[in-house]
Design a protein. Sequence first.
Length: 136
Amino acid sequence: MTELALRSKASWGYDPVFMEACRDDLTVTREDIADNPTYVVDGAGAVAGFYLLRPHGRAARLEFLYVAPEAMGKGYGRALFSHAVTQARDAGAVQMTWDADPHAVPFYRKMGARQEGWVPSSAVPGRLLPAMRCDF
């Protein structure tokens, strides 16, 4: 999953130095998967995308949602996001929040999310990321 996340993010045209700075933030550990609902979507026999959700009472945190570059534009992102909303709602949440790559904001807006502000990147000093939210 980590490698899929890195390939997905790199598809926005980021250089190798930037991508290496993001590696820790994009690493999905066994503990992450064991402790949080994690879902993958299969596309023609290969993982086409995944997400990890951290439910927490009436709020849920979307930690990862990535689609393999070769699977982009085929509806997998929409399916994963819709599934995440359903899972969060079923866990009792009324909202889901996450920090997005700036390039992904148009996709999330199409999904009904809104940007609430900006948060500092933990990977790249001085970089700000859109803080997103979806109420349901």
